[in-house]
Design a protein around this ligand. Structure first.
Ligand SMILES: Nc1ncnc2c1ncn2[C@@H]1O[C@H](COP(=O)(O)OP(=O)(O)OP(=O)(O)O)[C@@H](O)[C@H]1O
Ligand SMILES: [Mg+2]
Length: 244
């Protein structure tokens, strides 16, 4: 379980997260929605300790993000995929996926590569195993990014706008993979602007507004006229995103 309590994050004078409380249970798929600059990426980065929190607490399976000794364990449990593809350009696709399992999880090289091949097969890219990232399309890079995150056998998959730099066709390719993972029961926290996708895969929707959680509702409640949409801020956001 991920437990966030009264989380504040400031960058100098700028208060970005202003008292966020959130619990994510194993197996849940939670989408985080909200306007640009509302603090969604910052929240994701705080969970795996990429940003130092200003006050409050975050526990991942009882490991404390403020505790340096716990951070390594938290990062193993929470794999993150970002909007920008951050594959290592000098490594083949297969080595990109197998690197962290070998270095961090201390898997032997052969096993890590067998597992990496299985992951590549699951995203239908096994024929790309020996090519370098520069030879891949954006959608392919992002599918490899997801494989790399899954190779760490995380308890939680954190996704930050993984499709926002992709064209519609490539977006669809990546969303298919994520839908499959959600069905398989992985715990997923996904920041997204793909409202239809959020509606399809999520158990719960969290709406962040100016650093605070405005609504934290089951998917059905969030998208109902009496629930989330009765909040003018959310109704406006959804209509702007093309979801009436
Ligand atoms: N490292 C940083 N230093 C200073 N300010 C930052 C830093 N990272 C983020 N911010 C600021 O914090 C605020 C929230 O940023 P964040 O990236 O979390 O927003 P977001 O909700 O993910 O937005 P978007 O939808 O555009 O990705 C913004 O005002 C941003 O400029
Ligand atoms: Mg962001």
């Amino acid at each position: 379980m991920i437990e966030i309590h009264d989380l504040h994050k400031d960058f100098g004078d700028l208060k970005v997260l202003k008292g966020v409380d959130l619990k994510i249970k194993p197996g849940e798929v939670v989408s985080i929605l909200g306007g640009s600059g509302s603090g969604k990426s910052t929240l994701i980065r705080c969970i795996n300790g990429l940003e130092k929190i200003t006050s409050g607490s975050i526990f991942v399976d009882d490991f404390d993000v403020r505790n340096k000794k716990d951070l390594m364990e938290i990062r193993k449990r929470c794999s993150t995929v970002f909007q920008q593809f951050d594959l290592y350009p000098h490594l083949s696709v297969l080595d990109n996926i197998a690197l962290a399992p070998i270095n961090v999880l201390k898997q032997n090289k052969k096993d890590a590569k067998i597992k990496a091949m299985e992951l590549l097969r699951s995203v239908e890219l096994e024929e790309k195993a020996s090519v370098y990232p520069a030879q891949l399309s954006g959608g392919q890079k992002q599918r490899i990014g997801i494989c790399r995150a899954l190779a760490m056998e995380p308890n939680y998959l954190l996704l930050d706008e993984v499709t926002s730099s992709l064209d519609p066709e490539m977006t669809a390719e990546v969303l298919v993979i994520l839908k499959k993972l959600a069905k398989e029961g992985i715990t997923m926290i996904s920041v997204t602007h793909e409202i239809g996708f959020a509606q399809e895969i999520s158990d719960r929707i969290v709406f962040l507004d100016e650093g605070k959680i405005l609504q934290n509702l089951s998917k059905d409640e969030f998208f109902s006229d009496e629930g989330g949409k009765s909040d003018p801020r959310i109704a406006k956001f959804l209509s702007k995103m093309g979801n009436q």
